[in-house]
Design a binder for this molecule. Structure first.
Ligand code: GDP
Ligand code: MN
Length: 376
């Protein structure tokens, strides 16, 4: 899960990184106000998840508050990498003397954290890695250890830092490592880390990706996610314990098991249809979860028919069938429903469904062909 710069900055600041103050604003008026309060040159930055905002016109410097308002107006009209810019960060502009790079990722090969620093900051680190790999200095850190100061100092020398910058860099590198570990990140990056006109190091950009598997123990990051503009149907599905991904087609799919969901999409496509979603109600789905799944599928206006593919395993097919029957009673709209049922207690499931006037197929292929027919 990517985190916006504004949130990443607050995590980094908490870990002692020299991040300039900043204010989050959603209108040009608020930006003008913030610029007046700072009473200096400011930078206005689009708060979107994608990087490369500078190149996309999403980062602008302003000398006066009215210039700041103008810049905000322009940035707030942008869409960057498919995300509409709805907020900007306003911060005092830093006079840049040098731009460096500092980042941490998980290195799967060595099963360590990999701290990377380069004197070629402010540009895409992937480009540096290709064009000039020796310009990136690397330090491996065991996951249960922190960054030894001597290693940070060695890096600082390699970057050509001097005087107070050395101890500043040691603090920053260890702060970033601690932040990375504390929030269960998979990537933390300061690009650029700059030397300002007073010779001090400042972190003027912040990038953070959180490992989603750790969100259960990261309440702060979880609430960041809820505020993010996530697809409302996907959020609702997640809260209901259902895996749902919206697609572009017309056939809604409800399936128990992720592998089966993928196979179901394939079979629909083989018959010339297009799935409207990937939806896995999971094992042991009861009436509540199935009802929620129906609602999510039918809320998508593109859905013209639904294919329910039940495979009884540990979860009995007749239990799922009973859930489907019960959930179907309260449907928000009427669309053709085709059911395929196989596996544990398939005969009982089939009988239940047929009592309710739902013809159940045992063959996945036939069920797919029927549902594709229903939408064409
Ligand atoms: P990104 O393009 O999404 O990585 O956004 P950044 O925050 O890295 O900003 C892009 C570029 O804008 C930086 O590499 C800097 O060159 C420039 N920039 C950002 N903030 C400042 C600032 O405070 N002062 C100056 N002079 N330039 C800045
Ligand atoms: Mn950057």
């Amino acid at each position: 899960m990517k985190v916006r710069e504004f949130e990443a900055r607050s995590v980094f600041r908490r870990h002692g990184l020299p991040v300039p103050d900043g204010v989050l604003a959603t209108s040009a008026v608020a930006v003008v106000e913030a610029a007046e309060t700072f009473a200096c040159d400011v930078v206005i930055k689009a708060q979107v998840l994608a990087g490369g905002r500078g190149k996309a016109g999403g980062v602008k410097l302003a000398k006066t508050s009215s210039e700041a308002g103008q810049a905000a107006e322009e940035i707030l009209q942008l869409t960057i990498a498919g995300e509409r810019v709805s907020s900007v960060l306003v911060a005092p502009a830093v006079e840049i003397v040098r731009e460096l790079y500092l980042g941490i990722v998980v290195d799967r090969a060595s099963q360590q954290l990999l701290l990377m620093a380069s004197s070629r900051g402010g540009v895409d680190i992937e480009d540096v890695a290709t064009a000039d790999p020796d310009a990136i200095h690397r330090v491996g850190i065991a996951p249960d250890e922190r960054l030894p100061a001597w290693q940070a100092r060695t890096l600082a020398f390699k970057l050509g830092l001097e005087g107070d910058q050395i101890s500043q860099f040691v603090e920053i590198a260890s702060g970033l490592t601690n932040a990375f570990v504390d929030v269960d990140a998979s990537l933390a990056e300061v690009n650029p880390l700059v030397v300002d006109d007073e010779g001090n190091l400042r972190a003027i950009d912040a990038k953070l990706t959180i490992d989603e598997n750790a969100l259960y123990r990261q309440p702060e990051m979880r609430s960041v996610r809820q505020e993010a503009e996530e697809d409302p149907a996907e959020r609702r599905a997640r809260e209901a314990g259902v895996s749902y991904i919206k697609l572009e087609g017309s056939i809604g799919c409800m399936v128990n098991g992720a592998g089966l969901a993928m196979a179901t999409m394939d079979v629909i496509k083989n018959h010339g249809g297009e799935p409207a979603n990937f939806l896995d109600v999971g094992g042991g789905a009861g009436v509540d979860r199935i009802t929620e799944a129906f609602d999510i599928i039918l809320a998508d206006e593109n859905v013209k028919a639904v294919l329910i593919n039940i495979f009884g395993g540990i979860t009995r097919a007749d239990d799922v069938a009973a859930g489907v029957i019960e959930a179907r009673r309260g449907l928000s709209r009427d669309v053709p429903i085709v059911v395929r049922v196989a596996g544990t207690r398939e005969a009982e499931a089939k009988a239940l469904l047929e009592q309710e006037g739902l013809r159940a197929e045992v063959s996945m292929d036939r069920a797919a062909s029927r549902v594709v027919e229903a939408v064409s």
